[in-house]
Design a binder for this molecule. Sequence first.
Ligand SMILES: NC(=O)c1ccc[n+]([C@@H]2O[C@H](COP(=O)([O-])OP(=O)(O)OC[C@H]3O[C@@H](n4cnc5c(N)ncnc54)[C@H](O)[C@@H]3O)[C@@H](O)[C@H]2O)c1
Ligand SMILES: O=C(O)C(=O)C[C@]1(C(=O)O)C=C[C@@H](O)C=C1
Length: 366
Amino acid sequence: MQKKAAVIGLGLIGGSIALAIKQEHPGVYITGTDVDEAQTKLAVSLNVIDEAAPGLQEAVKEADLIVLATPVATTENLLVQLAGMSLKSGAIVTDVGSTKTSICEQAEVLSGKQVHFIGGHPMAGSHKSGVHAARVRLFENAYYVLVPNGPGSSEKVGEIKEWLQGTQAKFIELSYEQHDMLTGVISHFPHIVASALVHQVKGMEDEQAWVTKLAAGGFRDITRIASASPEMWTDILLKNNDVMRQLMEDWKQQMSAIEQMLVLQDKQQIYQFFEHAKSYRDGLPAKKQGAIPAIYDLFVDVPDHPGVISDVTGILGRSGISIINIRILETREDIMGVLQLTFRTENDRRAGMQQLEKHDYESYIG
Ligand SMILES: NC(=O)c1ccc[n+]([C@@H]2O[C@H](COP(=O)([O-])OP(=O)(O)OC[C@H]3O[C@@H](n4cnc5c(N)ncnc54)[C@H](O)[C@@H]3O)[C@@H](O)[C@H]2O)c1
Ligand SMILES: O=C(O)C(=O)C[C@]1(C(=O)O)C=C[C@@H](O)C=C1
């Protein structure tokens, strides 16, 4: 009999999961629903799902797998709604939320039903929202945390990995407390810092109009994530509240220590502050994709003539090699010198390099 999956919330993550399920299991029939009708329609047009269901009950009633891909507070409400609905016996219910404790606790409402809840969190994403940004390879090589919760769910871990194999993610199991502590440090708290830096610049703009014009690469890099969905991040901070407050205390102490170094003009301490951070960060596993995504950059020397960007991207496109970012590095004002291409995997980067070489473009890894 044909297997069925239901995806609730057809945004960036729900859409990407649906695409990954379809890629690995083309025979699976995927229904989906979203409170935003435009997202649902787009999901059908883009073949992300097979059918739009008119509502939650219709989407889930025959599903063997139910994926809740909504903001975390909404996911909790959906679990309560599912508890009152007719679900297929033996079905797996999972979510993709960035926090796990409150969701896994709430999932206990399903304990009277013949279904198994396994919390999930694919540790990759983007500051973009919406199904148009969904990609089948979004989670490739990323860690995907699973939190089996409730009676019998541990035995279903193999099954959910099979369902989600198309993500090509690396599955790990954590407890929900451990998950929230770890993601608090490496994902949630950095989001507060990025947004606070943006507020700092905004607060200066009226008096210092040049500030936004001068904000260059460094500011853009460290604040990229501040462009993410405010709804999603409000929920995350509220749901991982204890961890956030604890980290805020650590941060304040860290800032006070740096302030003290500045007051004392302590050159050695300041140097060590930067040096220790650099050597630790440089030692992080950037080649293997983890919570900190690997960056597979390739630098291509390009002559300064019209059409060169489309030539380079065309060579890659015709060879089926995707790039996830492109940046023009201007060594002299108004003269293009180097294209910085970012690939998702090392294999793509190597293949890209070979293709470009065939067309006489010199490229190198930074
Ligand atoms: N964006 C990331 O980088 C990332 C990465 C991993 C996990 N997550 C988690 O994934 C979840 C979804 O995030 P996203 O980035 O896909 O957001 P998104 O905004 O792209 O998608 C969320 C979708 O859920 C829909 N929705 C809201 N309430 C709903 C309801 N009651 N019923 C049906 N649909 C509803 C919204 O209309 C929206 O289309 C969040 O819990 C987030 O914490 C996000
Ligand atoms: O790359 C980004 O834009 C992200 O913010 C992705 C990111 C992260 O912090 O790493 C954000 C939240 C998710 O729960 C998982 C991944």
